[in-house]
Design a protein around this ligand. Sequence first.
Ligand code: TEU
Ligand code: CA
Length: 576
Amino acid sequence: MNNADMSKVDGTWWRSGTVYQVYPRSFRDSNGDGIGDLGGLLEKIDYLHWLGVDAVWLSPVYRSPQHDNGYDISDYRDIDPTFGTLAQLDEVIEALRVRGMRLIMDLVVNHTSNEHPWFTESRSSRPSAKRDWYIWRPPREGFAAGEPGAEPTNWESFFSRPAWTLDEATGEYYLHLFAPEQPDLNWENPEVRHAVYSMMNWWLDRGVGGFRMDVINLISKAHPFGDGPLLADTGRGDGREWYLHGPRLHEFLREMHDEVFAGREAGLVRVGETPDITVGQARALSDPDEGMLDMVFQFEHVSLDRAPDDWKRPVPMEREAVYRNLAAWQDGLAERGWNSLYWTNHDQPRTVSRFGDDSPQHWAQSAKTLATVMYLMRGTAFVYQGDEIGMVNMPFTSIGEFVDVSAMEYIRAGLARGRDQLDLVSDLSRTSRDNARTPMQWSSEPAAGFTSGTPWLAVNPSATWLSVQAQRDDPHSVLSHVRAVIAARTQLAALASGDFVDVYTGDVRVVVYDRVDGGHRVRVVANLSSDTVAIDQAVTDLLTDQGLSEVDILCVGEASAGSLAPWASRVWTTNA
Ligand code: TEU
Ligand code: CA
């Protein structure tokens, strides 16, 4: 039995596995209202099976006022009519199951929607039985409710506003680390925690294969609260000291394990979304002996081109820093813990536009080589919809084209400070989450084959040439390459759990690493630049001597003796 087979027995299918993220609103619309839905997902399950993925992570489809596209949930046990019905969700679980795939639900429990009945009850009066389910505070001492500066602390939310909003009726403020429509739950209250666990059990009993846990490192807050250091521009403070990785985080996750996962079948997966996490924190959270999470999404490599105090403001990025950072995470979680491997998701710009080169001459090669470099590392692979065909950023030209709540708030705050509209467009063209949310490009038909109606968000004009249809039958396409990389993860023995060994090249543009497992070895050689680079002929001669041979199907671009073309890459393996 090789490693990949072993993992089917011990439940760690995800070590060599690949998870495909579906952002349902933008994936496929089945009823012509312009919004993607579960019917659309059902139509595309054969495509996902063909692609070779092991699981689908579905961004939220629960009942929601859709203020943050479903990350504001008003009923955890029902499907929003925009997306379909609970019966259809059951159909999705079943359609995946019969093809050997699993459904991973998004679990958003740091906050609910302000329209959730829990919050309605909590805000109804100060003595309400659910008052303590959320985080309420009186105005700052010496201030009247509603007066500027009366917020209990100076914290800024993730979406460019104060993190506190006054509830006029009861005269107190509630905490929301995201939009005012997303009040934070009070995890200190055991009733809240048990309501969450019970809901998770309900979903697992329905047959879901695990959860991606939204901002899970924000659930435990440090008390008492205080003012944070001032951030540039806004006059508000940074409250991370009180809400990031709080004192009871481990306790809560262990309790969740005991109340939800203990005693269930092997193979359920728990992925924590954890902004600002350090390698050390991630190691503890994903240490299998600790029983808290299986892996986390860390944010360092997607923060290298962002201002430290504002993720919507771009700053220049040193290309080489990206691979160095990924390699550091590989080393950091080598002995304990587990990495998740991702370039993008529904909150990030498109991979090839950000980390590659989306000009016509380098688009395909850079998209392919980036997939190779990321997904052959040690960890679980996450492919965001459209990335498998190399989708590119949207060419935004005016502020009116952005629809995401965080972009709208960035624009509002920027204009209030007198910033130029075109400057804001320039920032958001690089950082806006709307880049990732344009409809999936299935074909060159109108609306990219996403809908027969008018899409809720404009289709990227690249759909005329960039689509699944244009690539599916082309063995040299980005799609064919990504499919081969996904297959390689289970076929090449060293990839499932082999060690990662960084091989220093002396040229920051050239990445070389090995994956080693007993007698098995895989070597990746990649040029992460738009220049032709020299490589030492000795490197490849040596590999041949050691009995490694090139994996043709994974090789990208030209490599002649002594050089690698722009964005070219090579994969070698032992003949096993
Ligand atoms: O994102 C959390 C988060 O940290 C983001 O706000 C992040 O800072 C930003 O998107 C840049 O990467 C999660 C969800 O993925 C996001 O869609 C939600 O808006 C947010 O939580 C609130 O639920
Ligand atoms: Ca629809």
